[in-house]
Design a protein around this ligand. Structure first.
Ligand code: GLN
Length: 501
């Protein structure tokens, strides 16, 4: 690992980019180190390597340092830290609005767009005293599995620069894996947090739908979109989870239930003991032809480890998971076709063709033609077609029925098991360019992550070790019931502790 200069280095006292967020927070709060020097160290790391990785679309050095100095000054005045992560810098996916940096969703449509308001997630980060280092690269409007759909060029996987870090949130995960940030925020509509986490050896959580506010999260598919935390350890991810989750009256689908105690669960899991825990293994995911040999071997070793830590493995039958892909790639384009209608050249971002010779309708279509990339256009067309008169029942309504059946499969499984485990991705990181001209094979990469988004439940990807055939990271996926996010952290932290032994 150490001969790759792009990967985060081994823990080194004198290099803050190798520390965990929890360690940084502790020493910042006891004033042994300052948030300013920690933030500067990460900005320096970004200057050193991001030209090669391209994790960031925008770096906000001055704003991040100003936020860091505020935290340092407050602590110097004897004030209590405003959150357990106060002073620890973070990378924010460029799909959350920010008033002090452009929000582009990696689209030409929103090039240079400055939002008049901060997303609720952004506001919570600011209130928690978390300096925002910059906005991270992604697939355009979060559609894709590789960051190759970014209008500004792909992010490279720090493990191998010829490969994708996954998508859509590849920028956030690459920033973590390379030590450019100890914390990052992603969004997961069909796997965009968990899948890049698996491909970069980091941790990512898709919280239960409705528990992290979508206000100021630029919509892809509103019934699926969910912001979530990513980091290099399970505890760091839990600490960030508690900062961003919670009810928000600005989001009509925001849950009013109390947030599951995820930090407590991560701490409890650190003992490594899983005695009494029942983990489901999905029958439909077994012996899947798409699974790379090395990923399967890593996953089987992961299962053995969980058993050796006391977990009982139980096969669960989820017959409708086989249809998740079809349902997702119908429901998502339908919602996309509606949500992205707002980008009409009149209200947000870019306007093209407004030279006095074109009608308003023409300006709209020229703007959309030039502003959207091919994958976004493909989904808008698919969704528009599926929602057209005469097709609605056959496509959208049918897909919604499948969605209910998938939720029932989960509910039934959770009657007998505490959590479900599966591989996060069918293969390790693929080469840039390998799938980009073959949308179907790109969609198939989401095989294992989609069902839980459709059901609105929660999931985590935690590093599962390197695949023996490619020497690249794999992810173990842990799925939990709605509002049972603490179980992900309980199992994830125990598994992480077991691997470290
Ligand atoms: N890869 C999936 C898609 O392209 C997931 C995207 C996401 O979670 N934002 O839709």
């Amino acid at each position: 690992m150490s001969d790759n200069k792009y990967l985060v280095g081994a823990r080194d006292d004198s290099d803050f980019t190798t520390w965990t967020a929890a360690e940084l927070a502790e020493k910042i709060h006891s004033r042994e180190i300052s948030s300013e020097e920690v933030t500067q160290a990460h900005l320096d790391r970004i200057s050193d390597i991001d030209a090669d990785i391209h994790a960031f679309l925008h770096v906000g050095g001055d704003e991040a340092l100003a936020a860091a100095v505020n935290v340092d000054n407050a602590l110097a005045n004897g004030e209590h830290p405003t959150s357990p992560l106060a002073g620890v810098p973070l990378a924010l996916k460029d799909v959350f609005t920010t008033t002090d940096a452009p929000t582009t969703c990696a689209s030409k449509m929103l090039e240079g767009y400055m939002s008049p308001y901060d997303a609720t997630v952004t506001l919570r980060l600011r209130a928690a005293g978390i300096p925002i280092l910059g906005k991270t690269n992604m697939d355009e409007f979060a559609m894709g599995s590789s960051t190759e759909n970014s209008a500004y060029g792909p992010t490279k996987n720090p493990w191998d620069l010829e490969r994708t870090p996954g998508g859509s949130g590849g920028g956030s995960s690459a920033a973590l894996a390379s030590g450019m940030a100890p914390l990052a925020i992603g969004t997961d509509t069909g796997g965009s947090i968990r899948q890049p986490a698996a491909l970069t050896n980091t941790v990512g959580v898709k919280p239960t739908y409705g528990t992290v506010s979508r206000y100021g999260l630029v919509a892809c598919a509103s019934s699926l979109d969910q912001g979530g935390p990513t980091a290099r350890t399970v505890l760091d991810t839990a600490l960030l989870h508690e900062v961003i989750a919670g009810h928000d009256s600005h989001d009509s689908t925001s849950s009013t239930r109390p947030i599951a105690p995820v930090v407590e669960a991560a701490k409890a899991g650190a003992s490594g003991d899983l005695t009494g825990m029942k983990l489901g293994v999905v029958k439909q995911f077994q012996h899947n032809d798409a699974l790379q040999d090395g990923v399967l071997a890593a996953y089987e070793a992961n299962l053995e480890q969980l058993q050796s830590q006391g977990a009982e493995l139980v096969e669960v039958d989820c017959p409708n998971f086989d249809h998740a892909m079809n349902a997702y790639y119908l429901i998502l384009p339908c919602e996309v076709s509606s949500n992205l209608a707002r980008f009409d050249g009149m209200r947000y971002g870019q306007r093209r063709g407004d030279d006095g010779t074109h009608s308003a309708d023409e300006v709209m279509s020229i703007t959309r033609e030039e502003g959207f990339g091919p994958e976004v256009k493909r989904r808008i067309m698919l969704g528009t077609y599926a929602l057209s008169v005469g097709y609605y029942d056959a496509y959208y309504l049918q897909a919604q029925r499948v969605r209910n059946l998938i939720a029932q499969d989960f509910a039934k499984a959770y009657e007998t098991v505490d959590a479900i485990v599966a591989p996060t991705t069918p293969t390790t990181a693929f080469k840039l360019g390998e799938k980009v001209d073959d949308p179907l094979s790109m969609y198939l990469f989401d095989l294992f992550t989609l069902p839980l988004n459709l059901a609105g439940v929660c999931g985590m990807s935690v590093p599962g070790g390197l695949a023996s055939d490619t020497n690249l990271p794999t992810g173990l996926q842990i799925m939990g019931p709605a509002h049972g996010d603490d179980r992900l952290y309980r199992v994830g932290a125990a598994f992480e502790a077991g691997r470290a032994k």
